[in-house]
Design a protein around this ligand. Structure first.
Ligand code: FES
Length: 285
């Protein structure tokens, strides 16, 4: 078969990806994915920053016991005043309580293997796409500072599991409503006999916790924890079972990363709209 010399790209080991002279020979819309990633991640960062830094009211709706995942465990006086007693209050902390909490889920996402690929490609543009020239020369990988810190991902994975447990407890508590006697809640007097109840908000918290668990279980560090560093699965049947369970999830890690990211922001928004009285959290029973 004849080879068209014009279609051959010279490969230079240690050289610039995409070639030194031409940015790329690709004619497809390779830039679409980095662009969508920039838009998606930027939207989340803008919203989450606003919610964490300036949104420290309306993150909790007492009658239906639903709390924003950005503010759980609740370390603010607002929760204590409303009756929550599950966590300590940091009196000395003058900034938004969400800032104490978000360090861990944020660290988990920032060091995630998928998100690393996503923001290296879309924000740093190194590498931006296969066979496309890097925006900056001298890519050194993650073998030295500052990117070597990405290797602590597995520890953020453990911290993420703790938060998954806390948010699961929140989801369960979203079905246990307090008794209120003409109590002022966000500008309205509420009376209700407490007990087991279900609202749309209870379900939103459940879906949020489920998606976060699936995201964590599909993590590469989780898969390694289940099946890594063993020579023979036949000698470790339980780990083999766990590895077989998480491997199909791991194959869809990117999907779960996006779904859980957007749903956690949606959950915060939902609680906020309910707590501020903008929408009603419809009672199912
Ligand atoms: S690799 Fe994405 S959360 Fe661990």
């Amino acid at each position: 078969m004849a080879v068209d010399n014009a279609s051959i790209t010279e490969v230079v080991l240690g050289g610039t990806r995409g070639g030194p002279d031409v940015k790329t020979l690709r004619e497809d819309k390779w830039w679409k994915l980095p662009l969508v990633t920039v838009l998606g991640l930027s939207a989340f960062v803008v919203y989450a920053t606003w919610a964490a830094v300036w949104g420290d009211s309306n993150f909790f709706y007492l009658p239906h016991n639903i709390i924003s995942p950005f503010y759980s465990p609740c370390l603010a006086h607002a929760c204590k005043a409303a009756g929550d007693t599950g966590s300590p209050v940091f009196d000395w902390w003058r900034l938004s309580p969400a800032l104490i909490i978000l360090v861990f889920p944020l660290g988990f996402r920032m060091t995630c293997y998928y998100y690393r690929k996503a923001y290296y490609r879309s924000f740093w543009r190194a590498p931006v796409a296969c066979a496309v020239q890097d925006a900056r020369p001298g890519y050194t990988g993650e073998t030295r500072a500052p990117l070597i810190i990405q290797n602590i991902h597995r520890y953020f994975f453990y911290a993420g599991l703790v938060f998954n447990v806390l948010l699961t407890i929140d989801a369960v508590q979203g079905f246990i409503w307090p008794t209120l006697h003409h109590q002022l809640v966000h500008g309205q007097y509420v009376t209700q006999s407490g007990g087991f109840g279900m609202s749309v908000g209870s379900l939103v918290l459940c879906v949020n916790a489920t998606l976060l668990w699936i995201y964590s279980l599909s993590c590469h560090a989780c898969r390694h924890l289940c099946g890594g560093q063993i020579r023979s699965f036949s000698k470790h049947p339980i780990r083999h079972k766990l590895w077989k369970f998480v491997t199909p999830l791991n194959a869809r890690h990117m999907t779960f990363a996006w779904c859980s990211l957007f749903f956690v922001a949606f959950t915060d928004l939902y609680v906020r709209l309910v707590a501020s009285g903008t929408i009603t959290d419809f009672k199912i029973f």
